[in-house]
Write a protein that binds this ligand. Structure first.
Ligand SMILES: Cc1cc2nc3c(=O)[nH]c(=O)nc-3n(C[C@H](O)[C@H](O)[C@H](O)COP(=O)(O)OP(=O)(O)OC[C@H]3O[C@@H](n4cnc5c(N)ncnc54)[C@H](O)[C@@H]3O)c2cc1C
Ligand code: SF4
Length: 330
């Protein structure tokens, strides 16, 4: 049985108290929300904080509420509550769908939206217990010198695996980050670095408190997820697409993001451009967008399935997600 290492637990009741503790405890501290990512990682000694700050008791950062021009979702909102929220389903059903595809019902009851956005990157050489990783002399991500996926590489290629992140990027959502020194708001897509180790741009002393969904008027969005088991599994490919249409169904604006094929959700801007100015169901525009986006899908041999098949599936999932945008009810 894998056991958690010893750590000191803090249970702040207010956001400013949590921010103060986080700043005071420094790099030895980690935040925990639902713990469905952090605690398994600690058991495998992938993350080894000696201080853990629980956000469960912090007031004011849970739930869905109407906000000016859109919806505000507290970072501590569980994935179950997110999936079931009538407001989210009505505004951005693709986000409800992405949440519903994450892991299993018990894990969705515990796991939160904030934790999902800050989810660790994944790799077959990384998501193993301590003894397994010691057996290969670890790897670049922690304690080792070599990346076993790309041995000559100076960087880690572990893969972004959050299901909600690509959808939130595609719909143009924003996040609020709070620290002892103040508050800042940024686009969700700015939260991620293309690096398997330093995969977040968020400072270690910052707490993600809120996710703002924009006004959905005129927009449609879709999310397609490829995984081995339909019951539960991380995405080996996720395709999120969003488009704003005029009254005649012509695309005025579009955004496409791919996950599971790099260390951050990748924006397929050139592909999205191919849709603009054309009817949403224009087969030729969709085919051109698929061609352009598929070029971005360069999976490495560090997740599930054969490389070539995953690359081929990127085309099919892109076509599916884009064609789905043409349906009236998503
Ligand atoms: C068997 C299994 C299957 C899974 N399948 C999927 C899947 O298919 N898709 C998927 O996306 N995920 C999957 N997950 C991962 C995980 O369950 C979810 O991503 C979940 O949403 C994580 O949320 P959490 O609240 O439990 O995060 P935690 O484990 O509490 O935290 C995760 C990370 O985020 C940081 N963090 C948490 N909240 C905040 C905050 N408010 N501000 C700043 N930092 C914060 C923590 O410090 C930690 O580094 C799976 C996990 C398991 C065990
Ligand atoms: S991509 Fe390379 S460095 Fe990163 S976790 Fe995998 S083996 Fe380690």
């Amino acid at each position: 049985m894998m056991r958690l290492p010893r750590f000191r637990y803090f249970a702040p009741r207010a956001l400013d108290e949590a921010a103060r503790i986080l700043a005071g405890e420094g790099p030895e501290a980690a935040l925990v929300a639902g713990g469905t990512d952090l605690f398994p990682n600690m058991k495998r000694r992938q993350q080894t904080p000696t201080r853990v700050i629980g956000l469960r008791g912090v007031s004011g950062i849970r739930g869905v509420r109407a906000a000016e021009r859109g919806l505000a979702i507290g970072a501590m909102t569980s994935l179950t509550d997110l999936e079931r929220s009538a407001e989210v389903r009505a505004a951005w059903p693709a986000l409800s769908r992405a949440a519903s595809l994450i892991s299993t019902p018990p894990l969705r009851n515990m796991g939160t939206l904030g934790g999902n956005l800050c989810l660790d990157t994944r790799c077959n050489y990384w998501d193993q217990n301590y003894e397994w990783r010691k057996g290969i002399d670890f790897c670049l991500k922690k304690d080792g010198q070599v990346c076993w996926v790309a041995p000559g590489s100076p960087r880690c290629w572990a893969v972004a695996s959050s299901d909600t992140a690509p959808v939130l990027c595609a719909i143009g959502a924003e996040i609020t980050l709070v620290s002892k020194n103040g508050t800042r708001v940024q686009k969700v897509e700015q939260l991620f670095h293309d690096d398997g180790i330093a995969y977040l741009t968020k400072r270690p002393d910052e707490i993600l408190t809120e996710i703002r969904l924009p006004d959905p008027t005129g927009w449609r969005a879709s999310y397609w997820k490829l995984r081995r088991r339909g019951s539960f599994d991380f995405p080996v490919l996720g395709v999120a697409a969003a488009a704003r249409l005029d009254e005649s169904g012509v695309v005025k604006e579009a955004r496409i993001f791919l996950t599971g094929v790099g260390s951050r959700p990748h924006a397929a801007d050139a592909a999205a451009e191919k849709l603009v100015g054309h009817p949403i169901d224009d087969a030729r525009a969709i085919a051109e967008a698929v061609d352009a986006a598929a070029r971005l899908a360069k999976p490495l041999d560090n997740t599930d399935f054969m490389l070539g098949w995953r690359k081929e599936m990127a085309r099919h999932y892109l076509a599916g997600a884009l064609s789905e945008l043409a349906r009236a009810q998503l």
